[in-house]
Design a protein around this ligand. Structure first.
Ligand code: HEC
Length: 388
C-alpha cells in the first residue's frame, strides 16, 4: 500500500453537495443556475427530462463524430477489401457484371458502416465516457440516490469543480429551494478498490475463459464430430451430388430420370404453356364425369368464370362492358374441335386477354370446370339419347 493511501485510510473525503427538488420545472431552473457557476455538476432524475442537456449547458455531444469517423473509416477499408478481392485476388465475372460492381457492394458497405459505427459508439460510451466497468461510485447507496431514482429530482455539485466551496454550494442550493441538502463523502481507498479491467488477476481469468471456451468449441466442432457415434451421419453410405458413386455403372451419383417415367407427384402439364396443340394431343381429362365432379365444376365455374362468360357460357358478361365480353363457349370450335385438354390449356395459361386461372384453381378443379363446360354445351344442344 502506498504512502498516500495509508494517509487517507478511513479518512473520508467530500465528493459533492447534493440537493433535491420536487418537480421537473424546479430541477430545470436549478440546473440553469448551477450551470452559470459550475462545470462539474450533475442532475439525477427518475426519468428523462426533455431539454435538460440544454439547461445544463452541455452543448452538442461529440459522440456523433466518433460514430461517423469510425463508420466511414471502416466503410472505406471494406471498399478497399472488396475491390482487392474482385479486381486483384479473385476476379470473377458475376452475372455479366463488371469486376468492380459498386451497386452490388452498397448493402455491404451500408451494413459495415452502421455496424462498426454503432458498436464503437456503445463501447466508447461505456468504456471511456462512463468509465465502465466500475463497481464503485460515491453516489451509490446514498439516501440521495435512493430518492432521485424514485420521486425526486437531484442536483449534485461536485467538489472537484474549480469554483467549488462547500458553504457556497449549500447556500446556492438553499437559495434555489432545494430540500434535504446533504454532503456526500467517500473513502478514496474503497473507491479505488474492486475489479478493474487492468487488474492482472482479472486479465488472467479472462484469458483463461477465452482459452477454455474456444478450446471446447474447437474440440466439439472439429474433433468430437469425427468420433463415433457423432460421425455416423458422415460415414454412412449416401449419395453426395457431384461425386463418384459405385452403385451405378456410369459412376455418377446424379442420375437422369429413367426414360418414359414420371416422378411421383409431378405432372408434365406444367410445361405446355407455349404449345396448346401438344397439350391437346397428350392429355385427357383425368376425372370421371360424376355428380361430385360436376358439382365442383359448377361451383368453380360460377364463382370464377361466369362473371365474364355468363352462367351458361354464352358470353353474356355481367361486367357491363368494363371488360371485353368473351366469345360464347358454344361455338363449333370449342364444342367440336377442342378437346378437354385444349380448354384446360386456356384455363391454366389464359388466352390473349383472358387471364390464367392456374393460381386460383387447382388442377383437379380446372378439369372439373372443363367437365362442367361440356355439360353446359350438351344442355344447349342435347342429343336424342339425353332426352330419354
Ligand atoms: C375477366 C373475364 C374472364 C374470366 C373471369 C374468364 N374468362 Fe375465359 N375468356 C375471357 C375472354 C375475354 C376470352 C377471349 C380471349 C381471346 O381474345 O382469345 C376468353 C376465352 C376463353 C376461352 C376460349 C374461347 C375461344 O373461343 O377461344 C375459354 C375456353 C375460356 N375463356 C374459359 C374460361 C373459364 C373456364 C374460366 C373460369 C375458370 C374463364 N374463362 C374465366 C374472359 C374471361
Amino acid at each position: 500500500m502506498s504512502k498516500s493511501q495509508k494517509m487517507n485510510k478511513n479518512e473520508e473525503q467530500l465528493f459533492a453537495v447534493t440537493g433535491q427538488f420536487e418537480t421537473p420545472d424546479d430541477i430545470m431552473h436549478a440546473a440553469e443556475k448551477a450551470a452559470c457557476r459550475y462545470r462539474k455538476f450533475d442532475v439525477h432524475t427518475p426519468y428523462p427530462v426533455h431539454g435538460m442537456d440544454g439547461a445544463m449547458g452541455l452543448g452538442e455531444s461529440p459522440i456523433g463524430w466518433v460514430t461517423i469517423l469510425v463508420g466511414s473509416t471502416c466503410m472505406l477499408l471494406m471498399l478497399g477489401f472488396i475491390s482487392w478481392i474482385s479486381l486483384i485476388d479473385y476476379p470473377i465475372v458475376w452475372a455479366g457484371k463488371p469486376y468492380f460492381n459498386l451497386p452490388g457492394y452498397i448493402p455491404i458497405l451500408f451494413e459495415i458502416t452502421i455496424l462498426t459505427g454503432a458498436v464503437t459508439t456503445v463501447l466508447v460510451l461505456f468504456l471511456i465516457v462512463s468509465g465502465f466497468p466500475r463497481n464503485n461510485h460515491p453516489l451509490h447507496d446514498t439516501p440521495y440516490m435512493q430518492r432521485v431514482s424514485d420521486d425526486r429530482f437531484g442536483l449534485c455539485i461536485e467538489a472537484a469543480d474549480e469554483n467549488f466551496n462547500e458553504a457556497e454550494a449549500r447556500a446556492l442550493l438553499e437559495e434555489m429551494g432545494a430540500k434535504d441538502i446533504a454532503p456526500i463523502y467517500f473513502n478514496p481507498v474503497e473507491a479505488d478498490a474492486g475489479l478493474r479491467l487492468s487488474n492482472p488477476i482479472f486479465m488472467v481469468f479472462l484469458a483463461g475463459v477465452v482459452v477454455v471456451v474456444s478450446g471446447a468449441s474447437y474440440f466439439a466442432l472439429n474433433r468430437m464430430l469425427e468420433l463415433p457415434p457423432f460421425n455416423w451421419m458422415n460415414v454412412q453410405d449416401k449419395t453426395v451430388p457431384q461425386t463418384l458413386h459405385t452403385v451405378f455403372a456410369d459412376g455418377r451419383s446424379m442420375q437422369k430420370p429413367v426414360e418414359g417415367t414420371v416422378p411421383r407427384g409431378y405432372l408434365p402439364e406444367d410445361n405446355y404453356k407455349e404449345d396448346p396443340d401438344a397439350m391437346a394431343k397428350y392429355f385427357a381429362n383425368p376425372l370421371p364425369a360424376s355428380q361430385e365432379v360436376f358439382e365442383l365444376g359448377r361451383e368453380k365455374y360460377e364463382s370464377r368464370c361466369s362473371a365474364c362468360h355468363g352462367f351458361y357460357g354464352e358470353g353474356d358478361s355481367r361486367l357491363q362492358g368494363q371488360y371485353p365480353a368473351p366469345p360464347t363457349l358454344h361455338s363449333k370450335k370449342v364444342v367440336d374441335e377442342w378437346n378437354d385438354a385444349r380448354i384446360y390449356h386456356v384455363i391454366t395459361y389464359g388466352q390473349n386477354i383472358m387471364p390464367a386461372y392456374a393460381k386460383q384453381l387447382t388442377k383437379d378443379e380446372r378439369w372439373a370446370v372443363v367437365h362442367y363446360i361440356r355439360a353446359l354445351q350438351r344442355s344447349l344442344n342435347p342429343k336424342e339419347s339425353d332426352l330419354q
